[in-house]
Design a protein around this ligand. Structure first.
Ligand code: OX2
Length: 831
């Protein structure tokens, strides 16, 4: 308020207020101005990168005008906001999305061609913002798009990593990681040099008695690092609402320069201390679904959470309301357990800084937070060692102990004789050293806990969080099935299909209400429509074939069945089963006569995905895929009947051209292990069929599109425990087709078998934890059904169209509406 311009002078401001360009000339003027002034280039010196930059800056300005209006409106209205805390936001590129959401793409394409450039080329200049590992981070990005598109007052909070997920290079068949320095030029962010927060680590807690006799705690004497805010505008589709994503960057605290060292001539070491501060936000940890427990990661978590809460609390305090209003004004969603310290930090702020009673404070805290769980995999559940937390965050550890104490006391009162229950639900696990179970802390400190697909939400209630259902009752636990934004994953990724759909449905309203897709049903049998539909699929496959040829040298036939599995490489996702299946197909082809071969469906098996740098088995799977592709692609007996391709450096912008180019995609995790999956939704939405297990969102996709339009196989989640038990105690024989595959690998057909020993061992002495052998026969049999189905193009086209028509449920708009109603109690603000 103090920094606003006095009322009498505002007319002058308003006269010159920035305005948005609306037609072509105004757009061109902005572009040329930015190229000539912001970038200091000219028409004699303008390459594609400069042209991209000019266009991006023109749109950036446009977004900021809407962003300002939105933030002013939300502040004025002062109603409840949601804050989405996520350590990962896998945004991908922004320009195309900004043009489409602002419904200015046609104007811009036209305008830029008159300036001598093709928009596709400019879009290709942009570096992906890859601040995430996989599904969890991409979900956060889809949710931001939906929150803005539905006019919800919402902010995302994350870290501004200098290095996003590494770039993957394949060298001699092996993954090599290259750092992703993405911030050379990023027109989409605004540094807020005026918004900084000092964050403390280490130090000690001093206890003292206040005049009124109460005990208070001060945490002092620690190391201080500064958090600097960077804001990224998030435009909604077809609405002026433009929300904010605030990313924190770490830097040395201004007051902290060590003059002692400086004066004693130890300048270098004093600079080193300063640089240490910057390492906090330097790199994204490259692990998907694996918890590693490094101190720097804990520092990242606290740094980000503390800065975000300081910001949220400051904004709330400006409203002048009573603390008891806090949960009516603020909802905070925890994207997995990574931000769980926010629960402890808010309690600390309320009791240590704002002097609230413990109980009043705890009531506020537990009405404010919601926790989303994304996995049941034990290796992914976060646990922090107590000594580590004691050292880094001594006051927080005290508060965690106290939360645990009060919690266990209430449990004991309700279940008086059950000592084992107390041990099981304690936030502290009595291991050596003791560890803090972050998921338990998140449950205890939240109002609602949700899983991300129906099966997954049921599983967390019956397995890992069972005791908490007994204690808190079932209503605390709920489901919100994931979704994806149709703006990026249909309209932007597959503009031709989007246009064809719009033509039949009479406009693009389906992008805001995806259930309208059901209007396609009546065209599913129309021969002309089927042909147009499949022509678009073909041209998307041609584009991919061209990319494969250019990047790998492998020639693939776009008429072949394109079978794609792209996602992080993980044993539970079973890329190994896919490549074993490919080997089995290869061996079968080799045994066939020429005449038999002539009857086979041509296949291109396409893989892509990154392995965590320390995940040796995942890297071995990549090595096997590249080894098989070497052999198969060069076998003249096989020719075009089978090609195997590994796409290097799978990321969001590659997903955008892979999803529209699949005939079949693979979602084949061991039942009960993939919480939801979201690429399954993207592939079906783009008119591809899927082969998959009864896992995650595959089950709900089946329910929506119908069983005869999906290729399901394999054991059910309920059988998994017994099967694993059988492997551990006795059952040793392997599926015969899988045995043959293993023998072939061990014979050296794909190079030194020593390399692949680990993969074979996992199936045999390793106990086949992911049940590859158990599911293999049904996997191969189902692939045969796929081949048969593909031979009937009309029925195939019908299946694809009918599937797309039934995908309305899987928009992230629906997911966000469910969060708003059932978890956040949040109302939209129409602009
Ligand atoms: C992923 C899950 O593995 C995936 O199934 C889900 O679709 C996605 O989150 C979004 O909910 N890290 N990544 C995930 O879980 C964790 C932990």
């Amino acid at each position: 308020i103090e920094s606003s311009i006095p009322a009498p002078l505002r007319d002058t401001w308003k006269k010159f207020a920035a305005t948005e360009f609306k037609e072509k000339e105004a757009f061109q003027k902005e572009v040329v101005k930015h190229i000539e002034t912001t970038l200091a280039r000219s028409l004699y010196n303008c390459d594609e990168l400069a042209a991209y930059s000019g266009v991006a800056l023109a749109f950036r300005d446009r977004l900021i005008i809407d962003w300002n209006k939105t933030q002013q409106a939300h502040t004025l209205l002062d109603q409840k906001r949601v804050y989405y805390l996520s350590l990962e936001f896998l945004m991908g590129r922004t320009l195309d999305n900004a043009m489409l959401n602002q419904q200015m793409k046609d104007t811009a394409v036209d305008g830029i061609s008159e300036l001598g450039f093709r928009m596709e080329d400019l879009i290709d200049q942009e570096h992906d913002a890859a601040l995430g590992n996989g599904g969890l981070g991409r979900l956060a990005a889809c949710f931001l798009d939906s929150l803005a598109s539905l006019n919800f007052p919402a902010w995302g909070y994350g870290l501004r990593y200098r290095y996003g997920i590494f770039k993957q290079e394949i060298i001699d068949g092996y993954q090599v990681e290259v750092p992703d320095y993405w911030l050379d030029f990023n027109p989409w962010e605004f540094p807020r040099h005026d918004i900084t927060v000092d964050i403390m680590f280490y130090g000690h807690v001093r206890k003292y008695t206040e005049e009124d006799g109460r005990t208070s705690h001060v945490w002092e004497g620690g190391e201080v690092v500064q958090a600097l805010a960077y804001d990224v505008p998030i435009p909604g589709y077809g609405t002026p609402t433009t929300n904010n994503l605030r990313l924190w960057s770490s830097k040395p605290s201004t007051g902290e320069f060590d003059f002692q060292k400086f004066n004693s001539g130890d300048y270098e070491s004093s600079v080193r201390d300063q640089q240490r501060a910057e390492t906090i936000s330097a790199v994204l940890y490259p692990n998907d679904n694996i918890d590693v427990g490094k101190e720097l990661r804990l520092k990242q978590q606290y740094f980000w959470v503390a800065a975000s809460l300081y910001d949220i609390v400051r904004r709330f305090k400006k409203s002048g309301r009573a603390w008891s209003d806090f949960p009516e004004q603020v909802a905070i969603q925890l994207n997995d357990t990574h931000p769980t310290l926010a629960i402890v930090e808010l309690q600390r702020i309320l009791i240590d800084k704002e002097q609230l009673d413990w109980d009043d404070a705890w009531n506020i805290v537990t009405q404010t937070f919601g926790y989303t769980n994304h996995t049941v995999l034990p290796e992914a559940l976060e646990k922090w060692s107590v000594p580590l937390v004691q050292n880094l965050l001594p006051r927080h550890l005290q508060i965690i102990y106290e939360i645990n104490l009060y919690f266990l006391q209430t449990v004991e009162r309700r279940f008086p004789k059950d000592r084992d229950l107390l041990r099981r639900v304690s936030i502290i696990e009595e291991s050596n050293p003791q560890v803090i179970r972050m998921a338990y802390l998140a449950i205890i400190g939240s109002k609602k806990v949700n899983g991300v697909a129906e099966l997954h939400s049921d599983l967390i209630k019956s397995t890992i969080f069972k005791d908490f259902v007994t204690i808190f009752g079932p209503d605390k636990f709920t489901n919100v099935t994931n979704g994806v934004t149709p703006r990026r994953w249909l309209h932007q990724a597959n503009p031709k299909l989007s246009a064809l759909i719009a033509e039949k449905l009479g406009g693009y309203q389906f992008l805001k209400d995806l259930t309208l897709l059901n209007g396609l049903e009546k065209w599913a049998d129309d021969k002309d429509f089927q042909r147009e539909w499949m022509d678009i699929k073909y041209s998307n496959k041609q584009r991919l074939a061209k990319y494969i040829k250019e990047t790998t040298g492998i020639a693939v036939n776009p008429h072949a069945l394109f079978d794609i599995q792209v996602k992080r490489i993980h044993e539970y996702k079973r890329q190994q089963m896919n490549i074993f299946g490919v080997i089995s197909r290869y061996l079968a082809l080799k045994k066939m006569t020429k005449a038999e071969r002539a009857k086979q469906v041509q296949r291109v098996s396409i893989f892509g995905g990154k392995a965590a740098p320390g995940y040796w088995m995942a890297k071995t799977i990549i090595r096997l895929i590249t080894a098989v592709s070497e052999v198969v692609n060069n076998d003249i007996d096989v020719g075009d009947l089978l090609k195997v391709v590994f796409i290097e450096d799978y990321n969001v912008s590659k997903a955008e051209f892979l999803c529209p180019a699949s005939d079949l995609s693979e979602h084949i995790s061991t039942a009960g292990t993939e919480a939801s999956g979201t690429s399954n939704m993207k592939f079906v939405l783009n008119g591809g069929l899927i082969i998959g297990t009864c896992d995650g969102a595959n089950i709900e996709i089946t329910r929506e599109i119908g069983e005869d339009r999906i290729f399901l196989f394999g054991h059910l989640a309920e059988d998994v425990e017994d099967l694993r038990h059988a492997h551990r105690y006795g059952k040793t024989e392997m599926d015969p087709a899988l045995r043959e595959v293993c023998d072939e690998i061990q014979k050296g057909t794909f190079g030194d078998p020593g390399i692949f020993g680990g993969l074979i061992h996992a199936l045999t002495d390793g106990g086949d934890y992911y049940l590859v052998s158990d599911d293999f026969a049904s996997y191969l049999a189902t692939h045969k059904l796929v081949d048969e189905a593909f031979k009937d193009p009309q029925s195939w086209a019908n299946k694809c169209i009918m599937s797309v028509s039934a995908m309305g449920f899987f928009t992230s708009d629906r997911a966000i509406q469910e969060y708003a109603e059932n978890i956040w109690n949040l109302e939209p603000v129409p602009m």
